[in-house]
Ligand binder design. Structure first.
Ligand code: CA
Ligand code: ZN
Length: 289
């Protein structure tokens, strides 16, 4: 089994990052990941603000032999194991909470029994991967910013059993991931997920010449095209264009593809708090067979 320790970390998705590991299409690889604070928060809630830490570090990158621009890199999430506790900042003063001037603080949660205890409720965890992506073709992009290479999409459908296809932009793809969340609702509305670290076991496959436009998730019987942009308008358009092109690539006649989308495609928000917003279009996978 190939394993990438979290000492191979970076805060930029870049074609210039030296591969941590090389593997073949079909290999299974374990990524050990740090939380988005790069370990600056301890289990007792102490937040070391003076230390030198990366923002939103990812582990990698993984070079997958044979992956070339124009291909898709398929990443199947076989398992996600998290460390049993997480940290969450508060989001006063920004986004939906910009009119609330409370003091922000760091909160920690022990969920080693599989439940978050909050307000008298026991909430089951649903571990997901916040940042996962390949290297962009142009200049490196910080791991805080999602785009068509994936990265900080903060999509809560990236859970165990999900399959994600990324448009490969550079030789080897250069897959990296981090920023696990034990729980996060659509939107990540109070600025943080329940931030945690752990390890993800993934199987990678190169799919030749897909012409895929955006990261595309297969999960829970749905196909989801995910897109990020500075505005909701652009993100929504990019997600819908990706869905439309995917349908046509699966043999749908162009107008029937549009009609089907109006009948059965749903839009959802992934996150609203990163340097670009992320949305997804969802359609049942039965329409792709
Ligand atoms: Ca994130
Ligand atoms: Zn996060």
């Amino acid at each position: 089994m190939i394993r990438i320790p979290s000492t191979f970390k970076t805060d930029v998705m870049s074609k210039d990052n030296k591969p941590a590991v090389y593997c073949k299409s079909g290999d299974t690889v374990v990524f050990e990941t740090l939380d988005c604070f790069d370990g600056a928060v301890s289990p007792d809630g102490h937040y070391d603000k003076e230390g030198c830490y990366l923002a939103n570090p990812v582990t990698g990158p993984l070079y997958v032999e044979g992956a070339e621009p124009g291909d898709a890199l398929e990443v199947e999430i076989l398992s996600i194991k998290t460390r049993g506790w997480g940290a969450m900042g508060t989001g006063y003063g920004e986004f939906a909470f910009k009119n609330y001037n409370e003091k922000n603080r760091m909160c920690v949660f022990d969920y080693s029994d599989g439940f978050v205890k909050l307000g008298g409720h026991k909430i089951p965890v649903e571990p997901m991967i916040g940042v996962i992506g390949v290297a962009p073709a142009g200049e490196g992009i910080p791991t805080t910013t999602p785009d068509c290479h994936g990265s900080n999409m903060d999509c809560n459908r990236i859970i165990e059993g999900a399959k994600i296809l990324f448009p490969v932009q550079v030789e080897g793809g250069l897959l990296a991931m981090g920023d696990m969340h034990a729980l996060m609702g659509d939107g990540e509305v109070f600025s943080y997920g329940l931030e945690t670290g752990g390890e993800a076991e993934v199987k990678v496959n190169v799919v030749k010449n897909t012409g895929l436009l955006q990261p595309t998730i297969y999960q829970g019987g749905k196909v989801m095209t995910v897109a990020s942009a500075l505005t909701y308008e652009d993100a929504i358009r990019l997600a819908l264009e990706a869905m439309y092109e995917l349908l046509k690539a699966h043999g749908w006649e162009k107008t029937e593809a549009g009609l089907l989308m109006s009948m059965k495609c749903n839009l959802a928000i992934c996150q609203i708090v990163d340097p670009q917003v992320t949305v997804r279009a969802e359609l049942g996978e039965e329409f792709f067979k």
